[in-house]
Design a protein around this ligand. Structure first.
Ligand SMILES: Nc1nc2c(c(=O)[nH]1)N[C@H]1C(S)=C(S)[C@@H](COP(=O)(O)O)O[C@H]1N2
Ligand SMILES: [Mo]
Length: 187
């Protein structure tokens, strides 16, 4: 129900829980590069400086883990995903996008859902540089989905014609993961 503050079955978290499949990766911003490739006309490699020079937006949203906790009122700041899509020019057969992260984590989403205004490649949280434990230097934020669709430590973004199943999605978690429809597990 959209009238409720939190999606069904969610409670406000105490503190800020962290979730990752292994150790928190550290990276050197001077040598860090984001690679955008796959089914695109203009593959791109960006330094952190290049990304920060692009027009940024601020988006306030709540954050929902499939385990049942939510963190409300997060002020994320970064580059809208659709701005990156406009630069790399997806080919006609690019229908999905896979995110590849420094810890080996992966997740994927339909390109159409990534083009919504509130989907960000975020590098700031609540006015400060995104801390490494929260996914810095760069994470995706897609507020409508459970948080396993918001990958931390993104290093590569791959446009694909077929959907590649992500880490949790290949372990029984929903591939659509809409928090408001309570899509937690594979049916
Ligand atoms: N790279 C990476 N991103 C990830 C994960 C992960 O293990 N590795 N876990 C996901 C899950 S299950 C959740 S709940 C959120 C947790 O984000 P937080 O640590 O900022 O609270 O990150 C998501 N993104
Ligand atoms: Mo999660």
């Amino acid at each position: 129900m959209r009238g409720e503050r939190l999606p069904p079955g969610q409670r406000e978290a105490k503190g800020v829980p962290l979730r990752q499949i292994s150790a928190i990766p550290k990276s050197d911003l001077n040598t860090w590069r984001l690679e955008v490739y796959g089914e695109v006309e203009k593959p791109m490699t960006s330094s952190f400086e290049d990304l920060k020079a692009k027009p940024s937006v601020v988006s306030l949203s709540d954050f929902h883990c499939v385990e049942g906790w939510s963190i409300v009122d997060n002020k994320w700041e970064g580059v809208p995903f659709k701005a990156v899509a406009e630069i790399v020019k997806p080919k006609g057969n690019a229908v999905y996008v896979t995110f590849e992260c420094d810890d080996g984590y992966t997740t994927s989403l339909p390109l159409s859902e990534l083009l919504e205004d509130n989907v960000l490649l975020a590098y700031k949280l609540n006015g400060k540089p995104l801390p490494s434990e929260r996914g810095g230097p760069l994470r995706l934020i897609i507020p409508i989905k459970y948080a396993y669709k918001s990958p931390k430590w993104i290093r590569k973004i791959k446009f694909t014609s077929k959907q590649e199943l992500g880490y949790w999605e290949s372990r029984g978690y929903s591939n659509t993961a809409d928090a408001w429809k309570e899509e937690r597990h594979t049916k």
